[in-house]
Write a protein that binds this ligand. Sequence first.
Ligand SMILES: Cc1cc2nc3c(=O)[nH]c(=O)nc-3n(C[C@H](O)[C@H](O)[C@H](O)COP(=O)(O)OP(=O)(O)OC[C@H]3O[C@@H](n4cnc5c(N)ncnc54)[C@H](O)[C@@H]3O)c2cc1C
Length: 404
Amino acid sequence: MALPEPRVAATTGLDGASEQCWDVIVIGAGPAGAMAAREAARGGASVLLVDRASFPRPKVCGCCINGAAIGVLNDVGLGSLLQQHHARELRAVRLASAGRFANIRLSEGVSLSRERFDTALIQAAIDAGAEFLDTTQALVGDTTVDARKVILKQGTTEQFTSAKAIVIAGGLGCRVFVEPDVDERKASASSRVGAGTVLDVAPAEFISGTIYMACHKHGYVGLVRLEDDRLDVAAALDADAIKQHGGIAVLVDQILATAGLPVPPALKNAPWHGTGRLTQHRDHLVHPRCFFIGDAAGYVEPFTGEGMAWALASGRAVVPIVLEFLRNRRQTWAMIAWAATHGELIDNRARLCRCVSRLLRFPTLVSIAVRLLKYAPWLAQPVVRSLNASFAQKATKVKVRSQR
Ligand SMILES: Cc1cc2nc3c(=O)[nH]c(=O)nc-3n(C[C@H](O)[C@H](O)[C@H](O)COP(=O)(O)OP(=O)(O)OC[C@H]3O[C@@H](n4cnc5c(N)ncnc54)[C@H](O)[C@@H]3O)c2cc1C
């Protein structure tokens, strides 16, 4: 079945965006930013959502939306968005390492292309009343008495605007401050880099509803069928190994072949997109009038496929704090509240994710784990359950209420 092309159009231009001081400017319209913009608009704030890209845009991602992410979408009334866009139900993960395989059952989760998912979320933000400005880089400037300046750049044209609060959802490695020194994000030197492509044609062995994960000493590659039957390929790779092998496609080819999975012939000439180092963190999740969410707040290598859940959950959880900050204007309270809420939402999950990504550095351990899971796949269920578990929202509500 041919699906309609995903599309979302800007609702304002540079002139419109600079005519007022916004309650909230959200920088970055990925899942984190679109969710925050929608929820802030639903809360009655005037919201400008800005992205430097035009949508749909390519994004390196495994495109698997887990139970925790679905839980956030359901909570905010967007549960039907996944069916509307023909997301494919996920039923299993097939782990492959050195010619050995283990199948792990999944009870929740779907695959959906980022083209379709991201544009649908932006449209939901627009429907809730947010203005959307695309192909525009936003850079945060000076603080004034009651707002913070933002420069909006389209090519060589620049305009100023301002907002009482700024939600920074620019993703991994984003640059959002005029002054580069303000941006104290730290990337782990040993971290892998990301790479991804989407193939129009792929071997029939890759069936819909299964995530294929090939593990190797130089990284791992995930493959999944999307809503339109294309095959999404996303990898975390050692940067040195990419150089040694002469490029991403050659290394991915080797990882798949060594693991025992079919190598799609189209891989070689596919348009690959890359990322910087994947594991990054920020010491401070708040700057004056600015709140970091999603990957911009920190990220861990993606084996467990949780990034979009963290992005959606943080995009949702930051809004009550931002709205309360607009009312009480207490910067210190907002900083403490957001750091605590973000920690409660993400820290335990990030710890689990970090443990899994460390384990993957030891090929012998991976090989033992795959052999074990082949005969006792139920051993993986506690991890699967905890990845799918819904986010606790109680903490945010309690903290915000206690300030009233
Ligand atoms: C290899 C790989 C596989 C993955 N697989 C999965 C998976 O299967 N499941 C899962 O849940 N997660 C997965 N992830 C993680 C997931 O892709 C991210 O966690 C998620 O996209 C984070 O969303 P975000 O909104 O924070 O950032 P993004 O989706 O990166 O969006 C950030 C947006 O900000 C914009 N932007 C940046 N700077 C500026 C600026 N200055 N001005 C204006 N716009 C700006 C960018 O153009 C971009 O559109 C994977 C990641 C990688 C690398």
